[in-house]
Design a protein around this ligand. Structure first.
Ligand code: FMN
Length: 190
């Protein structure tokens, strides 16, 4: 019997940037990862507003979809082996919940588990400008070992389309997860 595929949890919240989640799920699937997705109610609103997808169509991009209310799901326990978790995009509300260890829904619980098990947690936080609570919460998550990765595009590769900007950001996140297939554009010097 072969080894089970590595699993990555993807939380999707109500910040703008649902396209990052779509691209991330796509690329994780291509890289042979088993993906577990959890979309918050506000995340569903944004996925529909920004991409025209309903919950069912969006969840079909993952191998397993969990309800955000299901705190008894497999990914709510550290005994369920996962490689990493990404929250893409991550609202300030979910950031706060992770920073405080609230575990008030399956997204923040799975993030809490990821931190306690010392696995890779990447939060693609999205808000602008930041208030002091946002900044303090990002500091707390960083102190706990999480990675704050706001999807801020780089322009030095002269991107020609929004897709290119999104792709490069997602490739950098995949590189943070040590996905061998990650292909971030690297800086070769001026
Ligand atoms: C269209 C739309 C865009 C939003 N964009 C953001 C955003 O970029 N960042 C953010 O922190 N909240 C944003 N919000 C607010 C969150 O959706 C709201 O705080 C929600 O309670 C987050 O819940 P969740 O973290 O459980 O998804 C947006 C809301 C809407 C309706």
């Amino acid at each position: 019997m072969g080894a089970a595929p590595a699993r990555v949890v993807v939380g999707v919240t109500g910040a703008t940037g649902a396209v990052y989640a779509v691209r991330l799920l796509d690329r994780l699937r291509a890289a042979g990862r088993e993906t577990h997705v959890v979309v918050s109610p506000a995340g569903v609103l944004n996925v529909h507003h920004e991409l025209g997808l309903d919950r069912k169509a969006f969840e079909a991009l993952a191998d397993v979809a969990h309800s955000p209310a299901d705190v008894g799901a497999s990914i709510a326990s550290g005994s369920f082996a996962t490689e990493a978790m990404v929250i893409a995009p991550c609202s300030m509300k979910t950031l706060a919940s992770v920073a405080l260890g609230l575990s008030d829904n399956l997204i923040s619980r799975a993030a809490d588990v990821t931190l306690k098990e010392r696995r890779r947690l990447v939060l693609m936080v999205r808000e602008t400008p930041f208030n002091l609570a946002h900044l303090r919460n990002m500091t707390s998550v960083t102190e706990m070992g999480g990675v704050i990765y706001p999807p801020l595009p780089a322009f030095y590769h002269r991107p020609q389309s929004i897709d290119e900007l999104v792709d490069d950001t997602v490739e950098r996140v995949l590189a943070l997860l040590d996905v061998a297939q990650a292909a971030p554009k690297s800086w070769a010097g001026l």
